[in-house]
Design a protein around this ligand. Sequence first.
Ligand code: FAD
Length: 540
Amino acid sequence: MSPKQTEDRRYLAPIDTASTQQLFTDCLVIGAGVAGLRAAIEAASNCDVTLVCKGSLSDSNTWQAQGGIASVLDSDDSFKLHIADTIRTGCGLCDDTAVGLVVRSGPELILQLIEWGAEFDKVAGRIDVTLEGGHSRARVAHAHGDSTGRGIAEALIRKVADTPNINIIEHFYTIDLITNDDNECVGAIGYRPRTGFEIIWAANTVMATGGGGRLYRETTNPDAATADGLAMAWRAGAILRDMEFVQFHPTTLYIAGASRALITETLRGEGAILLDCGHKRFMQAYHEDAELAPRDIVSRSILDRMLKTNSTHVYLDIRHFDKEHFKKRFPLISELCESFDIDVSADLIPVRPSAHYMIGGVKTDMEGRTNIAGLYACGEAASTGLHGANRLGSNSLLEGLVFGRIAGANASTEQNSHIRRPAYRRMKYDIGVSDRSRLDASDVRNSLRALMWRNVGITRKGRALTEAREIIEFWQRYVMDKVFDTPFGWECQNMLTVSYLMAQSAEQRRESRGVHYRVDFPDVDDANFARHFELQRPTA
Ligand SMILES: Cc1cc2nc3c(=O)[nH]c(=O)nc-3n(C[C@H](O)[C@H](O)[C@H](O)COP(=O)(O)OP(=O)(O)OC[C@H]3O[C@@H](n4cnc5c(N)ncnc54)[C@H](O)[C@@H]3O)c2cc1C
């Protein structure tokens, strides 16, 4: 598939090496979540590494992850069961090799994290594992109750900080990947608030920039998740895959005006019940596993119930929980509820679904390679085929660890034919001044997020998707031709690029599968759509 996008510019900013500060590295890792950190550690055993991220090291989806990391850690569990659960959830689109690889690597990588200082919660000396929706066994390990992501990230950050040949650069906003005439990736151009534009030439580059939850008005994702990596990979000619598949988390705290904090699924795994605004339990009417049904089903059921009861939210009921245990097991959520005067032993918690995880991403093989020589991808930014059309909860931290390690190993050892050690290159890329009217980037971002939520959200239909694509095309005409000089503007351009691709893929998948639900095509259509959609910039 080669979609048309308005303003097909290769780079978002003008480049002139004569006046731009330059760095040289063997391996550039963009992104400091679980995938980027793990990739940097692995690469550093073979070469010098530069690790950049657009905010501080704690500004990532990884840091926010609550529930845990899935892996076979209990004697009544098996690789076979974890593989089967992942494949069943993926609705016919999982890559069996990716699933097997990730599942089988899990226990070893979790033990390694423990060696590096991660403290998973234990019961009677063994790692405590919890049940989550879609899993047939308890296999979700957690750290510090509901601060699993932070626990993992802190261990990885300590390891990175202790590795002398990893150069960490925070607040480096990567604008674009740089490719040479043979379309090989030779580094990236970025922007630092204090020093301005900077080029990092690299023999190999690992893209670990995470997802794009911020493309939606309602999301669990922090500010950094604007899908920059997917947009810059697209401009460089990388193949993107499965862009129609976005996972919505069923339960985020709904308090008007407050940000949508996630209420972990593990609560339902431990007995929390969903009630509608009339305080009636409803999930049994939608699925035999009730509250433990896969996420897409719970999200759609909640939405349906909200529509039927004309309400903005439903409730999570944990009044029957032991309050002290809850405080200890879920300290973050406990604090969050208290901050809004919700007494969980007496009050219901108002919740609704919101955008959570990008299943689509830069297509990679099992070695983390993309179609561009010198460019690797891992974590949420990548499409490895692990999740198929739906992600099994808690599989993504694991995927980041596994493919982070693989991408880091290959990006530090593979010699791409024409890419020698990075050296100074002369490069000039000019952008003409546009005479079209200017739209306010802040306004466009807000309107885009509302449009994506309304038209490319939990349930979709053809006309709304076409409308979304046309409106985005209109905005693109007035935004993509401009030259911005701040991350806020570049993010807006990236959000438009990726949203367009998502709307277009969703429009073209005229069936319902996994997280992609079309009210006008409610059934799975294996004859026509048991396949992935791949996208590549036409001029690439
Ligand atoms: C609230 C929440 C709870 C979750 N809970 C779980 C859970 O319990 N279990 C689970 O498995 N998964 C969970 N997930 C999903 C999981 O956290 C993510 O999928 C995973 O952490 C992604 O890791 P990553 O390394 O790919 O990306 P991230 O952790 O998002 O890191 C992306 C990195 O890229 C950097 N970056 C982005 N753009 C640029 C740019 N232009 N220039 C430079 N740097 C850039 C960012 O600064 C950041 O450092 C949760 C997600 C959220 C939001």
